[in-house]
Design a protein around this ligand. Sequence first.
Ligand SMILES: [Fe+2]
Length: 230
Amino acid sequence: MITTAALLHDVGKTRVPLEILNKPGRFEPHELQEMRKHATFSGDIMREEGGFPDEAIAIATQHHEMMNGSGYPLGLKGDEIHPYARMTAVADVYDALTAKRVYKPGMPMYQALLRIMKNRVTEFDDQVVDAFIKVLGLYPVGSLVEMNTKEQAIVAEPNPLDSRKPKVALLTMPNQKPRAVPLVISLIKRSEADGREITKVLDPESFDVDVEELMKEVKERGEATERRRR
Ligand SMILES: [Fe+2]
């Protein structure tokens, strides 16, 4: 139910004039006012259609409300906002920040998470933010990172026990030379980590790497290792 409702939360945008909806860049104040009506419209549409549970309507109408009351349309605060709407708010902002649009590049996942973490408590429900980071990992799968050894790596698997220590595939050696085959290590296993820690997140745009291609390779290597272990 949450998934369906969360997918439909922006259905009210169909009632916002197209020239506003498709406008690249900043809105004029009157345009912003129109755009913000989409949350209320989403709820209206669900009520008109009928058959949607109250939770779904709450998600639709409240997904732009903020914990400190600075959101819209009603400026609800804290517990006044439905828990499902608080969850949708985090996912929605994360999606908007990381999405590539005609008028902006997608923000790297790590930066988007940092932005959300900065606004935990004020804008978001901090428990929701915690859960979100736990699920996604502080370094989401596919993030390019640099280790304290100066080796570059790609995050292969989040670690729910400690989000700072995911499984990574090392792509280069400490001298920056590429490895012939990526070495997959788990940063929580001392024997594999060998003192390595993530120190920096790299922007894939500024590197000549195809993250999707790399992930495929890492996955194949991981499966091969699994087979050997069996
Ligand atoms: Fe929305």
